[in-house]
Design a protein around this ligand. Structure first.
Ligand SMILES: Nc1ncnc2c1ncn2[C@@H]1O[C@H](COP(=O)(O)OP(=O)(O)OP(=O)(O)O)[C@@H](O)[C@H]1O
Length: 309
């Protein structure tokens, strides 16, 4: 089988006497954006710093494109691009000087440097600012340059730590689009505690809490993590509340509007189907029936144990 782009096995790390991450396992196989989610202090930066070879783990192994990062760091790091939370920008460099410097650091072959820099400038939409000093760029464009330095050596795997931090709403949308675009031909691990960020960019989620992996799956699985147990129905000709409440599987009724109701139910699909059939059969004027999903916030709260409901 083809190597995973990233494989983390039983990763643990301890600062002094405190374990910051415990027994993390994860694999990333394909292109696209994977969100690394967790509250402040959950262990995201520690995990990412280890995966990028910036911090040496206390235990466990990290493989990048099949190469053990501990045994062969130089080779493994050729496949990694990293944009830390605090951008490593030299303010007195122009954009082009800075990217050329980064390409050298990343050991891009001398004769390829010009092409690599041009490619990164264009992909990140900063070619027109190539001669501008970094200090004179707006926050959004500095962030673009941060992403450009992470992809200048064309790595298979890019790690972005809170990439939209401190940006205004327009800049956030632009940077998210750029992230999706660079993830079309590589894997991107994006750390965030912002749920809308995950929703807007990620196909998969890994969630860490108190140093441990508490969820790994698709965005849809995350969304469905809490069993739905409410239906919203619109009945243009509603019966008496008791008539609805006596139906099998229905546990509660809340009137949201004159013809709109939220029904607590047993979570069984057949109950929802039965309500639809009865509403039609009895002429209740069914216009809409929605199985309510848990919000991402509710799932996040549940997984981060802030809410034990
Ligand atoms: N250099 C360090 N020395 C000691 N403890 C640390 C160090 N860095 C992080 N920690 C601790 O390790 C735990 C995990 O921190 P980490 O920075 O990985 O979390 P995080 O999820 O990235 O949080 P944030 O979103 O706030 O950056 C926290 O309890 C933190 O206080």
């Amino acid at each position: 089988m083809e190597n995973a782009i990233v494989k983390v096995e039983n990763l643990s790390h301890r600062y002094a006497s405190q374990w910051a991450v415990r027994d993390i396992n994860l694999e990333i196989h394909s292109q696209g954006v994977v969100g690394l989610l967790g509250s402040n202090g959950a262990g995201k930066s520690t995990t990412m710093n280890i995966i990028c070879g910036v911090l040496k783990q206390s235990k466990g192994e990290v493989f990048i494109n099949g190469i053990n990062l501990k045994d062969n760091p130089v080779e493994a790091k050729r496949n990694i691009g990293f944009m830390p939370q605090k951008l490593p920008l030299y303010q007195d460099f122009t954009v082009e000087e800075y990217l050329t410097y980064c390409a050298d650091l990343r050991m891009v072959e001398k004769k390829q440097v010009k092409h690599a820099v041009q490619d990164a400038l264009e992909r990140c939409g900063v070619a027109h600012f190539r001669d501008r000093l970094l200090r004179n760029l707006s926050g959004g464009y500095q962030q673009r340059v941060g992403i450009a330095q992470a992809i200048v050596h064309n790595p298979k795997f890019v790690v972005l730590d809170e990439p939209t931090n401190g940006l205004d709403p327009n800049q956030i949308v632009e940077v998210r689009n750029l992230i999706k675009q660079i993830a079309t031909d590589r894997s991107v691990l994006l750390s965030t505690h912002i749920l809308t960020e995950v929703q807007a960019t990620c196909k998969e989620i890994k969630m860490i809490e108190e140093g441990q992996m508490v969820f790994s799956g698709t965005l849809e699985m995350f969304d469905n993590y809490i069993e739905p147990n409410t239906l919203v129905v619109q009945l243009d000709n509603p019966p008496a509340h008791d008539e609805i409440l006596k139906q099998e599987g229905i546990r509660s009724l809340e009137q949201i509007a004159p013809t709109r109701f939220r029904l607590g139910y047993d979570g069984e699909k057949k109950t929802a189907q039965r309500i639809a059939e009865i509403s039609v059969g009895k002429g209740w004027g069914l216009m809409e029936l929605i199985i309510e999903k848990s919000s991402l916030d509710a799932v996040f709260a549940r997984l981060s144990k802030k809410n034990t409901k």
